[in-house]
Design a protein around this ligand. Structure first.
Ligand SMILES: Cc1ncc(COP(=O)(O)O)c(C=O)c1O
Length: 424
């Protein structure tokens, strides 16, 4: 059966490349029917197509390196802070952006080279700075004057740093994902940059190598990335420029986002025009690196037909906070079964009315026990998984070429209560 014979059809362009519908009508990811993965690993489960992830990393690296030899693509590990994922991307040649000593420890566990990491954070503790210095991270990104004081106090040899500045851009994205404007909690507001640069230069333990700007997440307008380059070029020249992450991803069929190639072209062209060709370019993609490699599979627990049809699954905001936090849109499908379609709200099992995965979507008339897949859940869903209502966080399963590997096991009740002192 072809995808377009399903009712309603599954948009395979939202799934990892290579996802298919078998002759029997089964959804197949990484060469394995999703129903088999659900039977083996339970639901909900995060499925990551390793082949698709590797291909995306190669796309990123080729897009930038072919245009500018001196560049670094760093995976923003906050988007999927698991050692097995970081390892895959490091193997492909990516560096790593870490934003806390814990993310640094995960990246080291993955075997990533600290010299190819940047350490971020708008509230770095002594522990964060100490870990960054001890591991020898490539750069620590100074976000505030307290970072300057801490590095000066904790370092014994000069530490290469970048300065995160506000490029004064109100990125066209959800308010919670805007980070590049002067009122942002991230970086140095434009009016203070010169003073902070002077302050850093008075500290012998800080070696200021360049500037950093991250304008936000989920951005589809390439002109905004160019504006960020333009904005940094108004400041004095440095050898290193890190433009953060932020490229958007398609979550639903109607979304349009630029390709990685177009993104690289715009950034590199703007750098060459405004900053010249002899600088190092760094970018830190998270969402656009991993989102589409990931699919969450759920099982339908309840179908309630009333004023609306509520299809409740065995997960929700415990494993996907993107909807309640950012209002993200997703495109779930009932898989492996055709039926006349019905308009439904797919809701989670948590005690919040806001615990909705999507409202008003056409599904093949749902039944208890059906499997539902939600594509494009590779970024920030695992990151923000939580234990609301005692939810046990889902496993992460890497699939590729017909082989499935559970790289994060499902949380157990023992995990859930192990920090509860009464229970010990
Ligand atoms: C400093 C920095 N770099 C990179 C990223 C990754 O952004 P995205 O996942 O949108 O690519 C973020 C996300 O918040 C960030 O704060």
């Amino acid at each position: 059966m072809q995808a377009d014979e399903l009712s309603p059809p599954i948009d395979l362009s939202l799934y990892p490349d290579g996802t298919s519908i078998s002759a029997e009508g089964a959804l197949v990811i990484g060469g394995i029917p999703v129903s088999e993965l659900a039977a083996s690993f339970g639901t909900p489960a995060y499925l990551i197509d390793e082949g698709a992830l590797r291909a995306r990393a190669r796309d990123y690296l080729t897009a930038f390196r072919s245009r500018h030899a001196d560049c670094e693509v760093l995976f923003a590990s906050k988007s999927f802070p698991a050692a097995s994922i970081v390892r895959v991307l490091a193997e492909e040649g990516c560096g790593v952006d870490v934003a806390a000593w814990q993310e640094l420890a995960i990246a080291e566990l993955a075997g990533a080279d600290p010299r190819r990491m940047v350490l971020h954070g708008n509230a770095k503790s002594d522990a964060d700075i100490t870990a960054g210095i001890a591991s020898g991270v490539g750069h620590i990104v100074v976000d505030n004057l307290d970072d300057v004081e801490r590095i000066a106090r904790l370092a014994n040899t000069p530490v290469p740093v970048l300065l995160r500045v506000s490029p004064q851009i109100d990125a066209a994205t959800h308010e919670t994902m805007m980070t590049g404007h002067d009122a942002s909690k991230f970086g140095i507001p434009s009016g203070q940059i010169a003073d902070v640069i002077a302050r850093i230069r008075r500290e012998p333990m800080l070696n200021l190598r360049g500037l950093h700007a991250h304008i936000g997440s989920g951005i589809a307008d390439l002109a905004q990335f160019q504006a960020a380059v333009d904005s940094l070029a108004k400041l004095e020249r440095f050898p290193v420029y890190d433009f953060g992450g932020g490229l958007g991803e398609r979550y639903v069929s109607t979304d349009q986002v630029p390709s990685v190639d177009e993104y690289a072209d715009h950034v590199v062209t703007a750098v060459h025009r405004h900053l010249g060709t002899d600088v190092r370019i760094m970018v830190e993609p998270g969402r656009s690196m991993i989102a589409r490699a990931g699919v969450t599979v759920y099982r339908v627990v309840t179908v309630k037909r009333g004023m609306r049809t509520h299809v409740a699954v065995d997960g929700g905001m415990g494993d996907n906070l993107e909807v309640s936090l950012y209002g993200a849109a997703f495109a779930p499908s009932i898989i492996d079964r055709t039926a006349s379609s019905e308009i439904c709200d797919v809701v989670g099992r948590h005690c919040e009315s806001g615990d909705t995965l999507v409202k008003g979507i056409e599904l093949a008339s749902p039944q208890v026990g059906d499997l539902i897949t939600v594509p494009v859940t590779g970024a920030y869903c695992y990151t923000m998984a939580n234990n609301y209502n005692g939810a046990l966080r889902p496993p992460v399963v890497l699939v590729t070429d017909g082989i499935a590997r559970e790289v994060i096991r499902r949380e157990s009740l023992a995990d859930l209560v192990q920090r509860d002192v009464l229970a010990q």
